[in-house]
Write a protein that binds this ligand. Structure first.
Ligand SMILES: [Zn+2]
Length: 373
């Protein structure tokens, strides 16, 4: 199967394994847009440019991550603003917030070296990248079938490209992070939810309807806990950062020692306990924490073993807040996968931590913007 056939949605995005971003390119040619007709694919159009900037936007359904970054054509982030919210915002609130952040990031004083050529958006929900439409953000209302790409292009008069945040992070890790030079990569974003992105021969694999990689909704435990999508026993309901913290707090109620430990490390704000802290408590011998992280190894192991047998990747990159646990997550998971997989499928797959850390989504948005330059 060729790379072109793999990338069914959208097939004509331009992406290269080791792109020379700006060195031999000719002068900027303007903000041309690609006309979109039914059945055709959205792209920002190929642009040859030697100077200028791109902007990367991150939007999360939960409100916990809203950021805008200005980057040069090498992908180096020059300025970044974050405006996290403590509540789940509606569409208007997020768009107003973005207006202010974009005005600040794109202030003329910051654009000494030319103009902003492209905008990339990494969205923490289901995205139809071929139509530039947000299908849904599980936690938030008002986003269903929202034409975000058109909205931003009209507002900014700059070509935009949008994609799912895990797809964007996957591309960023392959171009700038842990996956440089790898041909078949799965990125696993273990954040508040769980997202997956597959990059095959340097291109995002979207699937038929742009929902490929939604690994947070793999069924790993029948009659398991309820997921953000309404289903039960999905990976996200067990191994996401939110699930780990919630389960830990829930189980600690009957264990005074664990409750005291949580209070100690969170300054009595139990709800703030992070997945990383749960892994640390487990390593320190807390039995409740050990139960929680054992479930993570077990069910994340099952999901990844199944994926390894299906796609035979060369690398699996773990990112997001849970991956902040580092070796405490990685080493037992590697052992688990060695046990669960056929040697032929697993002997050459490397399971690694992402290099872009919790910034992978923002760098991903920038990487989306740079795809066609
Ligand atoms: Zn689900």
């Amino acid at each position: 199967m060729s790379a072109q056939q793999w990338d069914t949605c959208p097939p004509d995005r331009v992406s290269q394994e080791s792109p020379p971003l700006q060195e031999t390119l000719a002068a900027a040619s303007g903000n041309q847009r690609t006309a979109t007709q039914p059945g055709t694919q959205r792209t920002t159009g190929k642009l040859l440019a030697t100077q200028g900037y791109v902007v990367g936007i991150e939007i999360s359904g939960s409100g916990s991550r809203q950021s805008v970054a200005l980057a040069n054509l090498n992908g180096t982030i020059l300025h970044r603003i974050r405006r996290p919210l403590e509540y789940v915002p509606d569409t208007n609130t997020v768009l107003q917030l973005l207006d202010g952040m974009l005005a600040e990031v794109m202030h003329p004083e910051r654009l000494q070296d030319g103009r902003v050529l492209r905008v990339g958006v990494a969205v923490g929900g289901l995205v139809d990248a071929s139509r530039g439409v947000v299908r849904t953000l599980h936690h938030a209302h008002g986003w269903d079938n929202f034409p975000l790409q058109d909205y931003l292009e009209e507002r900014l008069d700059i070509p935009c490209i949008i994609d799912n945040n895990a797809n964007a992070a996957a591309l960023a890790e392959v171009q700038y992070g842990a996956g440089i030079g790898e041909r078949i990569v799965l990125y696993v974003g273990l954040g508040r939810g769980i997202g997956g992105g597959m990059v095959i021969n340097g291109k995002i694999y979207h699937g038929t309807t742009c929902s490929a990689g939604e690994i947070g909704h793999l069924l790993v435990k029948e009659q398991g806990p309820k997921c953000s999508c309404g289903g039960f026993g999905h990976l996200e309901a067990i191994a996401s950062a939110q699930a780990i913290s919630r389960t830990m707090i829930g189980l600690s109620v009957e264990n005074p020692e664990t409750e005291a430990a949580i209070r100690r490390i969170t300054g009595a704000r139990d709800e703030r306990i992070t997945a990383e802290q749960v892994f640390q408590l487990a390593a320190a011998g807390d039995q409740v924490a050990q139960r929680v992280v054992d479930d993570v190894y077990t069910y994340l192991g099952i999901a990844l073993a199944n994926i390894i047998h299906l796609m035979n990747p060369s690398m699996i990159i773990l990112g997001g807040q849970v991956a902040q646990a580092g070796e405490l997550l990685l080493t037992p998971l590697q052992a688990r996968l060695r046990d669960l997989c056929l040697p032929a499928a697993s002997e050459d797959v490397r399971i690694v931590l992402g290099k872009l850390g919790t910034e992978a989504n923002t760098v991903g948005a920038v990487t989306l913007a740079l795809q066609d330059i």
